[in-house]
Design a protein around this ligand. Structure first.
Ligand code: E4P
Length: 219
């Protein structure tokens, strides 16, 4: 499963990218607004730092507008992916953009049948929003399993990008259900590394190491 960072915060993207385990970036209008910075400049910096798929969201609500924005986003950089909302006009635009070889990420998916339609339109990625579903008493993990089954039944190549992730259990559920990608905030990526027994074990080993006579190997 690939890991994307879900932010437009440049410092966080730079730090996470240096870890060597991040494959791409997803942004949305909320993330861009949170930077308080010029949109074009923020995108240019992200493209310089991260060499992987970078989703940039369109904001028009009609197919012509989305296609126009999508072409501009795609022209920015070879790694650009156009994020499009799952509405009728959005999927019309996805059909056109994918016909031109432009990669798309269909966002705000909350049902397996929405994901089915996105695949029919030729989406590169479908983004089911896991935590937002969990918050209203549904099961985000189940949604991923159902999309996986539909895509496998019919051989759709659209990649499942588990989005809106807020805890480690949701990452595990996404991986077990066969998501192709999981995108999450910086603090979630950090949390994936952590386990209290790792911290305890490391502390014990380093305490014991103090009892070992100095070695040339580590000097
Ligand atoms: C994904 O591409 C979205 O940017 C993101 O995951 C939004 O979800 P959230 O606002 O619930 O975190």
């Amino acid at each position: 499963m690939q890991l994307f960072i879900d932010t437009a915060n440049i410092d966080q993207i730079r730090t996470a990218w240096s870890w060597g385990i991040i494959d791409g970036v997803t942004t949305n209008p909320t993330h861009i607004a949170a930077t308080g910075r010029d949109f074009d400049e923020v995108l240019a910096e992200i493209f310089r730092i991260a060499d992987g798929p970078i989703s940039v969201e369109s904001v028009s609500l009609d197919a012509d507008g989305i296609v126009r924005e999508g072409r501009r986003i795609a022209a920015l950089h070879k790694n650009a992916v156009v994020k499009v909302p799952i509405i009728v006009e959005g999927l019309k635009a996805v059909k056109i953009l994918s016909g031109e070889g432009i990669r798309t990420n269909v966002t705000l998916c909350f049902s397996p049948l929405q994901a089915f339609l996105a695949a029919k339109a030729g989406a590169t990625y479908i983004s089911p929003f896991i935590h937002r579903l969990d918050m209203v008493g549904h099961q985000g993990g189940e949604l991923i399993s159902e999309i996986r089954q539909i895509y496998d039944n019919y051989g759709y190549q659209t990649k499942i990008l588990a989005a809106s992730i807020r805890n480690c259990r949701q990452v595990l559920d996404a991986a077990l259900a066969g998501a192709d990608v999981a995108t999450m905030p910086f603090d979630m990526l950090e949390a994936l590394y952590q386990h209290p027994l790792t911290a305890d074990g490391l502390r014990m080993f380093l305490n014991d190491w103090r009892k070992v006579p100095p070695s040339k190997l580590f000097s």
